[in-house]
Design a binder for this molecule. Structure first.
Ligand SMILES: [Zn+2]
Length: 229
């Protein structure tokens, strides 16, 4: 019954290229998954993410640890898949990416995180989209790592305009006061999870609030990092 429903809701074609999926493939075909071109090795994506934060905001905002699966370009199959996740309701894709991200984090060795914190959406945007794509990714990460998912440690207080096209200082200004403490207590060591990072402004703003809530160690994990063009 549930399987039947799934077939109706998600026709068995790849969300990125629309090719029919083969047995064992889910949501994204093997050829697209290969075509997403992950960063080589365990550390390269995280190092690139740390570098972006350092370049835009300085050394003091560089996270304790960082992981990232893919370099992100403004077009192509990964872009199509991320768009499906964010705007077309294909939320199970978030968990799929999240599990891959969780495996990447786990491959670095024991993490010691107390909780996984998705970058929250404003409640009005949540109503509009019905789900938080970062929350779905964080579910997959939490599942693989066996660490509690803490979606209410911080909240998005302001309905921020789109960040696209803004410089890093404008992004920071746009996000000033965007997050605030939520209803869950913040444990000492947390991993913040988001879908796509461009300058790191969103995660940096979220990390600042988490530190204010008592976190002593904040790390970042993102599915993709926008490449400098
Ligand atoms: Zn495909």
């Amino acid at each position: 019954m549930i399987e039947g429903l799934r077939h109706i809701l998600y026709p068995e074609v790849c969300v990125a290229c629309r090719a029919l999926l083969r047995t064992g493939e889910q949501l994204v075909c093997g050829s697209c998954l290969d075509g997403f071109s992950p960063y080589p090795g365990t550390a390269a994506g995280g190092d690139a993410l740390k570098r972006v934060v350092r370049d835009h905001f300085g050394q003091e905002d560089v996270p304790a640890g960082a992981w990232c699966l893919y370099p992100y370009r403004g077009s192509g199959r990964l872009h199509d898949a991320m768009h499906s996740l964010k705007y077309e309701g294909i939320f199970p894709l978030g968990r799929l990416f999240g599990r891959k991200l969780g495996e990447l984090v786990a491959s670095s060795g024991p993490t010691g995180f107390d909780g996984i914190v998705p970058v929250p959406l404003h409640r009005l945007k949540l109503v509009e989209r019905t789900y938080n794509q970062a929350g779905k990714i964080a579910e997959g990460v939490a599942e693989v790592l066996g660490i509690p998912l803490l979606p209410k440690v911080i909240v998005r207080r302001r309905y921020t305009d789109t960040q696209t096209g803004l410089t890093s200082s404008a992004r920071r200004l746009n996000l000033h006061g965007a997050f605030g403490p939520g209803s869950q207590p913040c444990p000492p060591r947390v991993l913040v999870v988001d879908d796509v990072v461009t300058t790191g402004a969103t995660m940096t703003a979220a990390a600042g609030v988490l530190r204010g809530c008592g976190a002593s160690l904040v790390s970042f994990a993102a599915v993709a990092l926008t490449e400098k063009i």
